[in-house]
Design a protein around this ligand. Structure first.
Ligand code: EPU
Length: 351
């Protein structure tokens, strides 16, 4: 366990916002967290900020509560069932590196989730998803520590309460809908169930198009991984070059009637009918339709190639502030609401 004071958080959030942590603790093992619980219980009781790769985070000011930077490493095969390989990673492992490693070991299943920034420990928090696969489709279980009691516990998928970009870890303990665990639990290890009988998941339009272009009907998992990387690189900014937090809003769900009503005025509306009769709309399209691409507030701007992404165009030297990012986000919400009657929900965690 390494404790530092007055640490700049700029290198630890992919938007590249400047803010300081009064107390910054690197935890590299379960033992580190338990030692912290013995030595500084008050830090763990006052809603610490558990930090992975900082890729889904907007900092709106200095952080006064303790920041726990999770650096628990390790990747290993755990066991097998008739249908699955069970594979585990420490919460601090880089997500993309883990996906790459599982493929090189001969355990496909995570390839559609290639190149998502962040760590393995953060992946269940927002139930990451891309190109037709969500984390919950491959999740087995996780280990965590209750920061108040120091108890170790494990959760299966049902106990994680996964939803679209959602889980118990995104909700505060007082949240009426959930027994929320935000700020209360620190995820130490995550296990995945990877299918022994694998088939490519090519349902997403961009991937189907790629398979068609290449004339490949039965790609290997490595080919799908490469295609997903190509698609992401073409559409989404690389956080190492341009600060961003991925999609800034969730795709909203509306009733079939509401969707038909919008289509009567905007026939080009991008919409996806869901199995339960509701319809998911592309938030990027709604924002784009309101003319936001390239617009900015200070150094926070809407990405030119994908309106769902807010970027820091000031880089490291003149970074956007959290206030600029949130002012832009709120202006986008207002304009989409005024035109379509829909309030977009912010996707990253705002601190
Ligand atoms: N679109 C526009 N203009 C835009 C952006 C999008 O017209 O500026 C249209 C596209 O042409 C397309 C549709 O909107 O028809 C959907 O766009 P895209 O395929 O890029 O996907 P998305 O719905 O915007 C979601 C996830 C991404 C994920 C992709 C691929 C959410 C909030 N976002 O984006 O996840 O990579 O699908 O599966 O669900 C993330 O969560 O950070 C993220 C990047």
């Amino acid at each position: 366990m390494l404790v530092e004071n007055q640490v700049s958080l700029q290198p630890y959030n992919t938007l590249g916002i400047q803010a300081r942590a009064q107390t910054f603790v690197r935890v590299a093992s379960v033992g580190d967290v338990l030692a912290l619980h013995r030595e500084h219980p008050s830090w763990l009781r006052s809603q610490p900020l558990v930090l992975g790769g900082g890729s889904n985070l907007v900092l709106t000011g200095d952080v006064t509560q303790a920041v726990l930077k999770v650096e628990i490493a390790g990747r290993q095969f755990v066991s097998e069932t008739p249908q699955h390989w069970i594979v585990q990673a420490g919460a601090g492992e880089c997500w993309h590196g883990f996906v790459d490693w599982t493929l090189s070991q001969g355990w496909p299943g995570l390839e559609n989730l290639a190149l998502i920034p962040g760590t393995v420990g953060a992946s269940p928090v927002q139930n990451i998803g891309a190109y037709g696969v969500e984390l919950q489709d491959r999740f087995h279980s996780l280990d965590a520590i209750d920061l108040h009691t120091g108890q170790l516990f494990s959760l299966d998928a049902a106990q994680c309460g996964f939803g679209y970009r959602d889980s118990v870890f995104k909700h505060a303990p007082g949240d009426a809908r959930y027994m929320g665990l935000a700020g209360r639990a620190l995820i130490t290890h995550v296990r995945f169930a990877l299918p022994k009988t694998w088939k490519p998941e090519l349902g997403y339009l961009d991937l189907a198009r790629k398979a068609n272009e290449q004339g490949v009907t039965s790609p290997t998992a490595r080919q799908v991984f490469d295609w997903v990387c190509d698609i992401r690189r073409a559409k989404l900014p690389d956080p190492a070059a341009v600060g961003n937090a991925g999609s800034f809003f969730k795709n909203p769900t509306v009733s079939a009637e509401q969707c038909a009503d919008i289509i009567s005025r905007d026939p080009k509306l991008v919409h996806y009918p869901m199995p339960d009769g509701s319809v998911k709309l592309a938030a990027g399209w709604l924002i784009d339709a309101c003319g936001w691409k390239g617009k900015s507030v200070g150094n926070a701007a809407v990405y030119e190639k994908q309106a769902l992404v807010i970027i820091n165009k000031g880089g490291v030297v003149h970074p956007a502030t959290g206030g600029e990012v949130m002012t832009l986000a709120k202006a986008i919400q207002t304009s989409v609401y005024e035109r379509f009657g829909l309030m977009l929900e912010i996707e990253p965690v705002v601190v």
